[in-house]
Design a protein around this ligand. Structure first.
Ligand SMILES: *Cc1c(COP(=O)(O)O)cnc(C)c1O
Length: 395
């Protein structure tokens, strides 16, 4: 499986990733192929990015045609793709104003700046954030400052000193941290990296009410759980709890690097203005062609409806695996973002490696958890194939 010649080139890279001993060559639908031609069923989707699977023809054709016209012009000028992508994304996300970034991390940075500027505009001297334990929001200094995993944070401290961490799904622990300096609460409606933990309805509604009562903004990070993954276009819609600021990335470009942060009109009116924020690449005509086309395909192919149809089957299959294997402690998740927590005696890293050998791509999440985030085009037959391979890997 290891292509020694290809892997040798890794010498030139900074070693910040523990890469698996496999080099991919191409992908097709739900499957990946390595440089030796071996086929793998993919239940990771490049970490919840490839919602439409590999090699979507409509998307690829649109991107190729756009490349031949123009890729980049800078945000000093307007391009019709930018407006079209913004309109389509706002329709899908339920937000009013959007700013395109190059990544999820940058979307978080923009969201934090939005909250600070909102407080500044209102003249209310609020600058502190409340974030959640076990959250993940990115690796830049700002995003890391609101990320609740100490192992990621420690070597880079001191980070922003104005962040306090509450317990996820524990409203009282959030309440206890609110003071007259708090400008925003940031949370994922479903924690992905943190181990596949969905927010409870009481928690989402409670945080919303708390933010309203205290003039704080509610920032929802849907970089991983958004774009149809939970069975809703965006996860907040299931709760009917509309955030003030929403961050997106991963699946919105289906493999093209693009992210976004969006906000309500009310926040836009009193926050970032000309000169307050910017990016050279962000939302260029090629990136926006990706977003616009992905959203078109979501509508045409009824992707969210498909997720709702096939997701219960995945959940059922995972519950069935739990019954048959003592090493499976718990099943959690929503839609096509599911996790199974393994007992400590069964390290998730070993299972993931064994699965790869058996031709199944899965990834881990915090807390000895296997994370299932397949392309959203997955069919029941693929779920069966996955379960069969996973059974062998769990043995
Ligand atoms: C992946 C992720 C990020 C960071 O996005 P990048 O594109 O890797 O910068 C932030 N928040 C959540 C919830 C994520 O899953």
């Amino acid at each position: 499986m290891v292509n020694e010649k290809l892997m040798a080139a890794e010498e030139n890279l900074l070693h910040v990733y523990n890469r698996f001993p496999v080099a991919w060559e191409r992908g097709e639908g739900m499957y990946l192929y390595d440089t030796e031609g071996k086929e793998y069923l993919d239940f990771a989707a490049g970490i919840a990015v490839m919602g439409l699977g590999y090699g979507n023809k409509k998307l690829n054709d649109a991107m190729k045609a756009q490349m031949d016209k123009i890729c980049h012009i800078s945000n000093l000028y307007y391009h019709e793709n930018v407006g079209a992508a913004a309109k389509a994304l706002n329709e899908a996300s339920g937000m009013d104003r959007v700013f395109f970034t190059n990544s999820g991390t940058e979307a978080i940075e923009g969201a934090l700046k939005t909250a600070r500027k909102y407080a500044y505009t209102k003249g209310n001297d609020r600058f502190e954030f409340i974030a959640m334990e076990d959250s993940f929001h990115g690796r830049s200094i700002g995003a890391l400052s609101v990320t609740g995993t100490s192992a990621y944070r420690e070597p880079f401290e001191p980070l922003l000193p104005t962040v306090h961490f509450a317990k996820y799904n524990d409203l009282d622990s959030v309440k206890a941290l609110v003071n007259d300096k708090t400008c925003a609460v940031i949370l994922e409606p479903l924690q992905g990296e943190g181990g596949i933990h969905p927010a409870t309805r009481e928690f989402m509604e409670g945080v919303r009410a708390l933010c309203d009562e205290n003039d704080m903004l509610m920032i929802c990070d849907e970089i991983q759980c958004g774009m149809g993954r939970t069975g809703h276009m965006f996860a907040w819609q299931e709760y009917g709890v509309r955030p003030d600021v929403l961050t997106m990335a991963k699946a919105i470009g289906d493999g093209f690097p693009v992210g976004a942060f969006a906000m309500t009109e009310k926040v836009a009116e009193s926050s970032l203005k000309a000169g307050d924020h910017g990016t050279t690449y962000g939302g260029n005509p090629l990136a926006c062609m990706a977003v616009k086309t992905v959203l078109e395909i979501f509508k045409e192919e009824h992707v969210v409806e498909h997720v709702r149809e096939v997701a219960p089957y995945l959940a059922e299959k995972l519950a069935w695996l739990k019954q048959r294997h003592d090493c499976v402690k718990e099943c959690r998740g929503k839609g096509l973002i599911q996790g199974i927590e393994l007992v400590p005696q069964k390290p998730v890293g070993d299972v993931v490696k064994k699965a790869l050998d058996l031709g199944l791509v899965i990834i881990s999440a915090k807390g000895n958890t296997i994370r299932f985030v397949p392309p959203l085009i997955v069919e029941k037959g693929h779920v069966d194939e996955m379960a069969e391979k996973l059974e062998a890997a769990l043995r």
